[in-house]
Design a protein around this ligand. Structure first.
Ligand SMILES: Nc1ncnc2c1ncn2[C@@H]1O[C@H](COP(=O)(O)OP(=O)(O)OP(=O)(O)O)[C@@H](O)[C@H]1O
Ligand SMILES: [Mg+2]
Length: 304
């Protein structure tokens, strides 16, 4: 496995607050050095269609997700990223291979996995609070508990004061905040996110990235996150997986310390470091299948 060194420039460590307003947050006391395997995917293939119309979407996918990790999945369009996520969610069943959560086969949808899609699946005419409360109502939790938890999760996604707003009144970023709160409130073991910020403008996207990074850090939640965006993967993931073109299989597995560096040091100059630049070039080349351009005599960065 490739391991990108953590950002370690001494001169940058003294900076207090990054220009985008990102705050340092305290990580819940869970071991970050992950050893506790949560999800195991072994030799999973998914074939859609039958007989002469059958085609493989993913082939012999092997991966493990450990409790507390933030795993990003990248790959060219149509390579089978969503198919993998749908298998983890229990929406799709593998044609062959095995998928387990804490050793138990994943055979359908259950509350252990929360899912957030690019287009938030919300009840448009319900209030924000009612949308967030939905899972707990289905679980028939007591009213007082639902009220408390809705307030807590509204706060955690920055929507305090919007409880009574209808979903159709909200912006795209606010809708995604509701979708995240709704997924988290039932306390799933893992949050599965399929290009959740793909439809947002650049500024909102960055705010949402900061929000999800902070939630991950504060709660110790395990996150599996699909993105097309190399920068997004590096800014969020503790590990980045890359898939080949369809039928997709995992072709790269990179540990990344950039998001952690940002959280621990509250300094976003990590994004402009040489290490970040190198990791970015490597990932781009893996995703596009094109060799990384050589930019300097020792390949240490751009010469412009
Ligand atoms: N339910 C389905 N029935 C038939 N074919 C499907 C189904 N779901 C996905 N596919 C096909 O499987 C392949 C992989 O699709 P998938 O959506 O997993 O790709 P992806 O990597 O998520 O793509 P994108 O980056 O565009 O979202 C595609 O050719 C797609 O058309
Ligand atoms: Mg997809």
């Amino acid at each position: 496995m490739t391991r990108w060194p953590e950002y370690s420039s001494e001169s940058h460590q003294a900076a207090s607050k990054p220009p985008d307003g990102t705050q340092t947050v305290t990580r819940r006391e869970v071991p970050y050095e992950v050893t506790d395997e949560l999800i195991s995917v072994e030799e999973v293939s998914v074939v859609f269609g039958a007989k002469d119309k059958a085609f493989g979407a993913v082939k012999n996918v092997n991966l493990a997700i450990f409790a507390g990790e933030f795993v990003c999945l990248m790959g060219p369009s149509g390579c089978g990223k969503s198919t993998v996520l749908n298998v983890l969610a229990g929406f799709n069943h593998p044609s062959s291979g095995r998928v387990t959560l804490r050793g138990q086969p994943i055979s359908g949808i259950d509350r252990h996995r929360g899912v957030v899609f690019q287009k938030p699946a919300l009840f448009e005419w319900f209030s924000v609070a009612k949308n967030i409360a939905f899972g707990l109502k289905v679980m028939k939790r007591p009213k007082a508990e639902i009220k408390d938890k809705v307030a807590q999760y509204l706060q955690s996604v920055g929507l305090t004061g919007f409880a009574d707003h209808k979903v159709y009144e909200l912006s795209g970023g606010m809708r995604q905040r509701v979708a995240i709160a709704r997924s988290l409130i039932t306390e799933p073991e893992i949050l599965l996110m399929d290009e959740p910020f793909g439809a947002l403008d650049a500024l909102t996207r960055e705010q949402m990235q900061n929000l999800v990074r902070d939630i991950w850090w504060r709660t110790g939640k395990t996150i599996f996150f699909i993105t097309h965006d190399v920068d997004e993967a590096l800014k969020l993931g503790t590990r980045i997986l890359v898939m080949s073109p369809r039928p997709g299989t995992i072709i790269d597995n990179i540990e990344s310390g950039f998001s952690r560096s940002l959280l621990e040091r509250a300094d976003d100059r990590v994004w402009f470091s040489e290490d970040f630049y190198r990791a970015r070039r490597h990932l781009l080349s893996m995703v596009t299948g094109k060799p990384a351009p050589q930019c300097g005599p020792e390949d240490e960065g751009p010469t412009f």
